[in-house]
Design a binder for this molecule. Structure first.
Ligand SMILES: [Zn+2]
Length: 269
């Protein structure tokens, strides 16, 4: 396993886009402020996770287009959007065609102290007529199960919402865990809603576009997270669109607006 001990300022692996002036890795602006100095506004971190990669192509379209390539290209467009400079930095879980286990994607997001996590995918459905974008958040049952596993774990060394559960009496720890999980779930749903609203202006939405399911990549209990299916590679028209850079840029712009409006409404952690 890679070294995951990568704090906000020493990110190992992945691409870091320090999108805000004065927020450069290792720069003097990143040093703790002196006594009496005004506290700089915290810049939220958005982790964008291009799905699949390497030996895992994800869905494959009838003409042989790989989901992993669409996801990476669109994620890179997100990072390039000038609107990103308005207030958050973007880190990609992968910036090349590499295989990353799902749990490592989550671990990286938490190590980077993500304020939001967006996993980017493209669908393939049995009905080739179906098309449109959809957004998933973790189902309540899956979220309950994850919390129960953590609550029951032997060492409870995990940090949730900045609270070290090992330092809390077990009951208090469980209550904090539950509160964190509920809040994260509500914020994840709010994030998904923003994505549906903003992308609905730009592109076709699948029927019932806001959904929930059990995704291993959406298991961070303290990071609001959503998984976006950009469209259906199984639909001929959408297969063509998803390969076009202009369309990828349009999707990326919509996602940037969604993230911006999420932070405007809910603030940072
Ligand atoms: Zn996928």
């Amino acid at each position: 396993m890679r070294n995951l001990n990568c704090g906000r300022r020493t990110v190992l692996g992945g691409l870091v886009f320090c999108a805000t002036a004065g927020w450069r890795l290792g720069s003097s602006a990143a040093q703790p402020p002196g006594r009496g100095a005004p506290r700089p506004r915290r810049v939220p971190t958005v982790v964008i996770d291009p799905g699949h990669g390497g030996v895992d192509p994800g869905a494959i379209s009838p003409s042989g287009i790989y989901e992993k390539d669409i996801a990476l290209a669109t994620a890179a467009e997100f990072a390039r959007q000038p609107a990103v400079r308005r207030g958050f930095r973007v880190v990609l879980t992968r910036s090349t065609d590499e295989f990353l286990p799902l749990r490592e994607r989550v671990a990286r997001a938490r190590a980077w102290k993500a304020d939001l996590f967006l996993s980017i995918h493209a669908d393939a459905l049995p009905d080739a007529e179906m098309r449109g974008l959809s957004v998933f958040t973790q189902s309540a049952q899956a979220s309950d199960r994850e919390a129960a596993t953590l609550a029951a774990s032997e060492n409870r060394a995990d940090l949730v919402g900045g609270i070290n559960l090992t330092r809390q009496p077990r009951d208090v720890g469980n209550i904090l865990l539950d509160l964190t999980r509920r809040q994260t779930r509500n914020l994840s749903i709010a994030l998904a809603r923003r994505v549906v609203v903003e992308l609905g202006r730009e592109t076709v939405l699948l029927e019932n576009p806001q959904r929930s399911a059990d995704f291993a990549v959406l298991t961070a209990l303290d990071v609001p997270s959503a998984l976006v299916e950009l469209g259906c590679l199984s639909n001929a028209a959408e297969e063509r669109l998803l390969q076009q850079r202009a369309f990828q840029q349009k999707l990326a712009r919509g996602l940037v607006r969604a993230v911006g409006s999420y932070f405007a409404a809910h603030g940072v952690g």
